[in-house]
Each structure stands twice: as C-alpha cells, then as structure tokens.
Design a protein around this ligand. Structure first.
Ligand code: SF4
Length: 294
C-alpha cells in the first residue's frame, strides 16, 4: 500500500499560534503561583481529543461571558471575539491572552479604519459564524452580511453611495471577485482584501490527492466545519472516504483492500493525530508485504 499525505493537512498558521499561546500559558503556570483560572472562551479548537487534553491540564471552557470571574486569564481564540465582549472582559477584571489569528486581527482593524467615518460595510460571510460576529463589531457604520452574490442582489442599494466591501477570511475568492465586480458597478466602493488562502489551498490539495488515489482518509473533529468540507471535496472525486477523529477508528480490514490511499486533515487537527494514522497504514503495509523469495 502506498500512502499520499496532503502537505497542508492539519493546523493553519492561526490555529497553531493560538494553541502555542495557550500552551505557553499552561507552562508558565507550572512555574509561577498564578491564582486565577485559565479559561478558553468557547472551544479554542474543534477537536475533542485536544480539548480533553487541555481540560486534563486544568483549562476550563466557558461558553458565555457570564461564566467569567474577576482574576480569570481568558484566551481569545483564533476567530477573535466582538469588540464589546473584549471590553466586557476587561470590565469583569479578566486578564486577556489575545490569540486572535493575525490575519483576522488585521481584517478587524482594516474594517474599523475603512468605516471610521460611518461608511456602510458589506460583508461576505456566514452571518452567525463567530469570526463574522467579531468582524462586524469593528464596523463604525451599518453593516449588511450576505452569503453569496444572489443574497447580495436582494439587498436594496443606494446607487453611487460610498461603501466598504470585506469578506470572512475563509470565503471563496472567486465568489468574492464576482461580488466585487457587481458592487463596483453600483457603489463608490473601497475593497478590503481579507481572504486567507490556507483553507482554499488545503481543499485544492485534497482534491488533487483524492483524484489520484483509490480511497481517502480525512482526520479531524466531527464538529469541525472545515474538516467536513474536506470530506465533501474528497467524496466529490467518487472514491470511498472515511472521516475519523483518531487512528483507533480506522477499519483495517476495509483499508487493507486498497493499494493507494490518501490522507488529509482539517485546520484543527494536530499533526500528531495525522502521524498516528500514517504510521498505522505504513505498519499495515509492512504486515501485508509478502516475504521475498531467496
Ligand atoms: S484559516 Fe487563515 S485566517 Fe483563519 S485562522 Fe487559519 S490562518 Fe488565520
């Protein structure tokens, strides 16, 4: 059996940095007498194995601001949080470790700057996604969120008026370009370049590998949206696809029927979990090898 691993499988830069900050905080606490709790506001990553490991090290997960106490150290995750929530954390007396991805932070600040005079914002993204809730909180004027060009076309526009266009970092670049062209014909538009290519590259590479192999394994949390999208991309190539969280879930008799297998993983999957799957497949390969004749 030959195994092809997608190069971009696993953590993107933003998730890697956020986890690094959390781990630094855990490490510092081992050597100091920090009194308050260490709290992540929402799951720092959509991966149950990683979250359990942090919980075992004393990291608490809070899902709302009501659960935060004075003196807590609060980690802000890679998606960022709305500006008023950050202010509330400070009022509550929490210490903030800002692990917002630098690209998301840059998008937040660019929106604040471009809309400073009250210019309306048009944001291409998923309305209830935490990153979008954070981005729109930086807009100084009104804000319209839409998920695609067709939705945008249903919004009433004041032709010729000034506006700012931005996107959630993980949105599709081709759709964004179509949106930009359509809006530029109607509005006096300032366009912010906020899309991050990490997701697109991982999906593209997954599709490239899936089109070369007989079956594909996607490693990542079942609640991770970007991992599930990789499953769809691989299935679109018409091959069997297994979505697993850990190597233990692999059905070895099913896998052993294939000679060429691909592995990919979502942005919230640690490399160690992908290594475990790869090592297991390679062990299977060695076990299946016929002894050479001498
Ligand atoms: S996908 Fe891009 S913008 Fe989003 S967290 Fe990762 S590096 Fe940052």
């Amino acid at each position: 059996m030959t195994v092809i691993r997608v190069h971009t499988a696993g953590f993107c830069m933003g998730v890697g940095l956020a986890l690094h900050k959390l781990e630094q905080e855990i490490e510092t606490r081992k050597h100091t007498a920090a009194k308050g709790r260490l709290v992540m506001l929402g799951p720092i990553i959509h991966n149950p194995q990683v979250l359990s490991a942090y919980a075992a090290q004393g990291v608490i997960q809070a899902d709302t601001l009501d659960e935060i106490h004075a003196g807590d150290t609060v980690i802000i995750r890679a998606h960022g949080i709305p500006r008023p929530d950050e202010e509330k954390l400070r009022e509550l007396g929490a210490l903030i470790v800002d692990a917002t991805c630098p690209k998301v932070k840059k998008a937040q600040l660019a929106i604040a700057d471009a809309t400073a005079g009250g210019t309306p914002l048009y944001l291409f993204g998923e309305e209830y996604h935490p990153e979008v809730r954070g981005l729109i909180s930086y807009a100084a004027g009104t804000c319209k969120v839409f998920g695609n060009l067709a939705e945008l076309q249903r919004i009433d526009l004041q032709t010729g008026s000034r506006a700012v266009l931005a996107a959630q970092t993980t949105q599709d670049r081709a759709e964004f370009e179509a949106i930009r062209r359509w809006l530029e014909d109607r509005l006096d538009l300032t366009v912010l370049s906020t899309i991050c290519d990490a997701t697109r590259k991982r999906q593209q590479e997954t599709q490239d590998v899936a089109s070369q192999v007989q079956a594909m394994i996607v490693v990542g949390g079942r609640s991770s949206g970007n991992t599930r999208r990789l499953v769809d991309v691989a299935r679109g190539c018409g091959i069997p696809v297994w979505h697993i969280e850990t190597a233990e879930e692999l059905s070895l008799p099913d896998i052993a029927a294939y000679d060429l297998i691909g592995i990919t993983a979502g942005a919230s999957t640690p490399h160690k979990l992908v290594d475990d799957v790869q090592n297991l497949l390679e062990t299977l390969h060695q076990t299946n090898e016929k002894p050479s004749a001498h």
